[in-house]
Design a protein around this ligand. Structure first.
Ligand SMILES: Nc1ncnc2c1ncn2[C@@H]1O[C@H](COP(=O)(O)OP(=O)(O)OP(=O)(O)O)[C@@H](O)[C@H]1O
Length: 128
């Protein structure tokens, strides 16, 4: 906070350090993020095993980056709401539930795209 006007490489480095603190917090405290991480490892292993083409790898990378980023933003919204009130408040519930809905919607579409990518090679592997 003291040197907010600092510029250049040192400031950039500091922002990376702060971001890494945020990432560490979400990975340690959010069970959903741990589930996303394990799912991403499984997806990458399956993509490697099934020799998925490069353009599909790029789609998977985008999906996983999007999922991680949304979960991180969801956590940021949860913490901000908790900062504002620890009491029950209908708007606090609304804000948290809507933020969670963003993760959910993205997750549903990620699963659909995953099925489209993995379906044909899996089918070929199992039934031919
Ligand atoms: N201050 C609050 N006022 C009203 N409802 C809340 C409040 N905090 C959480 N809720 C609601 O209670 C339910 C469960 O919330 P809970 O606190 O267990 O999880 P979360 O904070 O949403 O997420 P996480 O468990 O990942 O921290 C959700 O529907 C959430 O919107």
């Amino acid at each position: 906070m003291s040197d907010r006007n600092q510029r250049g490489f040192k400031r950039l480095l500091r922002s990376f350090v702060f971001a890494s603190h945020g990432l560490k917090h979400v990975l340690e405290r959010e069970q959903n993020m741990q589930i996303h991480l394990v799912s991403a490892i499984v997806v990458f292993a399956a993509a490697w095993w099934l020799a998925i083409p490069l353009d599909h790898w790029l789609i998977l990378l985008l999906l996983i980056a999007g999922m991680f980023s949304l979960e991180i933003m969801n956590t940021a919204i949860e913490r901000t709401v908790d900062l504002y009130t620890q009491e029950f408040h209908p708007l606090a519930k609304r804000a948290k539930d809507v933020a969670a809905a963003a993760v959910f919607v993205y997750g549903v579409f990620a699963v659909i795209i995953g099925l489209i990518i993995f379906g044909p090679p899996l089918y070929q592997l199992l039934f031919s």
